[in-house]
Design a binder for this molecule. Structure first.
Ligand code: SF4
Length: 92
């Protein structure tokens, strides 16, 4: 997974979009309560983190189907960092 920069408009929390977004609007169609358009950069960002299971499922659906893999969760970021740490480190 590439290391794309998080867009600054994202609200803090578990999910965010990255600069890879090309503004296709798919995520906002799937989870309209959580994604919003940022016109100056033609990108979508997480304007509200999911607050219940239903919203979380929609955000996850958008994340899985985003054509540019531009929606990330913090879990993945942490995982990627851990994997990087593993290079050259012997665990255990
Ligand atoms: S689905 Fe992905 S590429 Fe399309 S607007 Fe949302 S974050 Fe951007």
């Amino acid at each position: 997974m590439s290391e794309a920069a998080k867009l600054p408009e994202n609200v803090p929390g578990r999910y965010h979009t990255t600069e890879e977004c090309d503004g296709c609007a798919y995520c906002a169609a799937v989870a309209p309560d959580n994604f919003e358009f940022h016109k100056p950069t033609n990108t979508y960002y997480v304007a509200k983190q999911p607050v219940d299971r239903e919203e979380e499922e929609l955000v996850l659906e958008a994340k899985e189907d985003c054509p540019l893999d531009a929606i990330r969760s913090e879990d993945e970021v942490v995982e990627a960092e851990l994997q990087e740490d593993d290079h050259g480190n012997n665990r255990g």
